[in-house]
Design a protein around this ligand. Structure first.
Ligand SMILES: Nc1nc2c(ncn2[C@@H]2O[C@H](COP(=O)(O)OP(=O)(O)O)[C@@H](O)[C@H]2O)c(=O)[nH]1
Ligand SMILES: [Mg+2]
Length: 295
């Protein structure tokens, strides 16, 4: 009898600059929207695990905020997420967007991963975009990777080839999670992220980066309607006024966006109450960042 192919499983780190397309790729690989995606960089905070189960393999995909600089507690936690994901993975994906393409920081990460003896796949993302067509991939002179591929999270191009390549690099191991689980994060955290995504969609510029979302009530006792209460944390009264908007218009728009997304996530009707709270220190307190799930 022919031998059954081995089952493979392991941790796959998604590394790259902010806006490389890490969260979009995670969602595409999962076939489901788990991570929030926006046109603004650095919307992902902390690590997010997405679990892809196939008959022959289980991929534990770790989304990260991306390579960043900065010395404030939230920025340091976001940087640490990339370092930890790189240290703990079995396979690393180094994602490079068509613009500006491969840069010295990517070479640095290739070297760092080689030092740790991690197999790296160089992934050119967003290959559906017109500016992706002209570049040579991988760039001449770039070595030290286990393969270079092009993908589009939008069209699905190259995704199957990427999965096959990842699986071939994973160690032989049984599945770590049941087949129907797609993340290790509690639903509460995904709900908070959905609200944060709505904040990014509704508010301009800097403010979303200075805000956090804390789900304080999650009541599923009525099977027909889940009641959720979340606090939007801001640092100052002036920010609170912007988030609420004239006559409450802004917070209403955020609530409508967020509720739609949460209902999709839960597959149930939701009543969502949002409150804006002033918490001047949330960005500075590591303990608070932990309780919010950002590290
Ligand atoms: N055209 C196109 N745009 C993409 C693709 N993947 C991501 N994007 C866009 O690029 C931006 C950043 O994507 P995101 O996944 O949040 O990047 P991250 O910061 O690395 O997680 C968003 O506006 C996405 O819609 C893709 O495959 N094709
Ligand atoms: Mg992201």
């Amino acid at each position: 009898m022919p031998k059954e192919p081995a089952h493979r499983a392991g941790v796959v780190a998604l590394l790259g600059r902010p806006n490389a397309g890490k969260s979009s790729l995670l969602n595409r690989l999962l076939g489901e929207k788990l991570a929030i995606v926006t046109a603004k960089p650095q919307t992902t905070r902390g690590r997010l695990l997405g679990i892809v189960t196939r008959p022959d393999a289980q991929l534990l995909l770790v989304d990260t905020p991306g390579f960043l600089a900065g010395s404030r507690p939230l920025e340091m936690a976001m940087q640490a997420a990339s370092e930890e994901a790189a240290a703990d993975c079995d396979v690393a994906l180094l994602l490079v967007a068509p613009m500006p393409g491969f840069e010295p920081i990517h070479a640095e990460w290739l070297a760092r991963l080689a030092e740790r003896r991690k197999p790296v796949l160089l992934v050119a993302t967003q290959c559906d975009r017109p500016e992706a067509g002209r570049s040579v991939w991988p760039p001449p002179g770039v070595h030290g990777h286990a393969g270079a591929l092009r993908v589009s999270a939008r069209t699905g191009e190259g995704i199957e080839a990427l999965v096959a390549r990842i699986v071939s690099l994973l160690p032989e191991a049984p599945a770590f999670y049941p087949a129907d689980e797609i993340t290790d994060r509690p639903l509460r955290f995904l709900v908070a992220e959905a609200v944060r995504e709505a904040v990014f969609e509704s508010l301009a510029q800097e403010l979303p980066y200075r805000m956090a979302v804390d789900v304080v009530d999650f009541d599923e006792s009525d099977p027909a309607l889940t009641r959720i209460r979340a606090n939007l944390l801001v640092e100052r009264d002036s920010q609170k006024r912007i988030v609420i908007g004239r006559g409450g218009e802004q917070i209403k728009a955020i609530g409508i966006h967020a509720r739609r997304e949460i209902e999709r996530l839960l597959g149930r009707q939701v009543h969502l109450a949002l409150w804006v709270k002033i918490d001047p220190d949330w960005l500075r307190k590591p303990k608070r960042l932990k309780s919010l799930g950002y590290c």
